[in-house]
Design a protein around this ligand. Structure first.
Ligand SMILES: [Zn+2]
Length: 329
């Protein structure tokens, strides 16, 4: 009997391996949340005249103050390093690596570098700074690719409109939330609905991947039967997502709210602000990704943890020395 007597099963689709990240992608991910230090360091050690005041008009690091204060860092620049000059062609980027590369291209007096050389210089400085500032190493190459995708999704409209549609107040959009607008139809492809992308961190705080929430065409909740309802972008097995979380609130606060989802966590923060206005904004974490409640590592300076739990059999078993209580709903 030969093999041909039996029909062969269809070949299983092979999972596409994640491509290797570029040095620029690795640098952007390593410096997430560390850009204020980086630009200060550039100013002090490389004589690049740049002051770091996110959101405020200032003199341009490339062309100076000749046309007034034409340059500004974006309000979330400490997180992403992005900024824009209204006069310089290349000085505009949503991330610090490309911004510095653009500044280097547009520096007057013959200092302008070609695009490739400017990018290489920008990455080299980022590496030098990361080493000097003792920044933690990248979790794994895959995390640079995934977090790089999150970084490119800088469209604020999707998360803002989605949160409003869910009845949540949007004062200042949490830095972890980004979005992708509706993709117009191309050829035979259908219009892609918008998405919210939330940055996921490992227990030690390093950004590792993103969690995505597909929306309806009108930026509301996606229909229950929509394909690919929610999920987390894949990562190398070596890192895993146990204990991972999405940071949505204040960085340092005595109270930590932990919830099983972005929307629940933000609703909890709103209730907390109304119940205890004197306490200031709490820390807020959503943990719909991996591991669940018991794998959460509670930061040592947290004094109180409020768990907002879905009404299901999830066991609340944490070993935290602080006060903690759970609200089930
Ligand atoms: Zn300029």
């Amino acid at each position: 009997m030969t093999d041909q007597a039996y029909p062969q099963p269809p070949a299983r689709p092979t999972k596409k391996p994640l491509r290797a990240p570029s040095p620029a992608e690795i640098a952007k991910v390593r410096l997430l949340g560390h850009w204020s230090g980086f630009f200060t360091w550039l100013n002090e050690t490389k004589r690049l005249e740049v002051s770091f005041f996110p959101g405020e008009p200032q003199a341009c690091p490339a062309h100076g103050g000749a046309s007034g204060e034409a340059f500004r860092f974006f309000p979330d620049a400490d997180f992403t390093g992005g900024g824009i000059c209204n006069s310089c062609a290349h000085v505009r980027a949503a991330n610090g690596i490309d911004l510095v590369a653009g500044i280097l291209q547009d520096l007057p007096d013959g200092h302008g570098l070609a695009a490739e050389a400017a990018l290489a210089q920008s990455v080299a400085w980022a590496d030098e700074y990361a080493l000097e500032a003792d920044l933690p190493p990248l979790a794994c190459p895959a995390s640079a690719v995934q977090v790089g995708r999150w970084l490119q999704a800088d469209h604020n409209e999707a998360p803002t409109r989605y949160l409003i549609s869910r009845g949540l107040a949007v004062g200042r959009l949490p830095a972890a939330l980004r979005g992708i607008a509706t993709m117009p139809a191309k050829g035979r492809f259908k219009t892609k609905p918008p998405q919210v992308l939330a940055l996921v961190r490992a227990p030690d705080g390093r950004p590792i991947t993103y969690h995505y929430i597909p929306l309806s065409e009108h930026y509301g909740r996606a229909p229950e039967d929509a394909p690919g309802k929610k999920g987390t972008a894949p990562l190398d097995k070596q890192i895993g997502i146990a204990g991972a979380y999405i940071e949505l609130g204040a960085e340092h606060a005595a109270t930590l709210i932990v919830a099983e989802g972005v929307e629940t966590a933000l609703a909890g923060a709103e209730l907390f602000a109304r119940a205890r206005p004197e306490a200031g904004p709490p820390r807020v974490r959503a943990i719909q990704v991996g591991g669940g409640l018991k794998s959460q590592v509670i930061p040592p300076d947290v004094q109180e943890v409020i768990y907002l739990m879905d009404r299901d059999p999830t066991a609340l078993r944490t070993r935290t020395p602080c006060t903690s209580f759970a609200l089930k709903f």
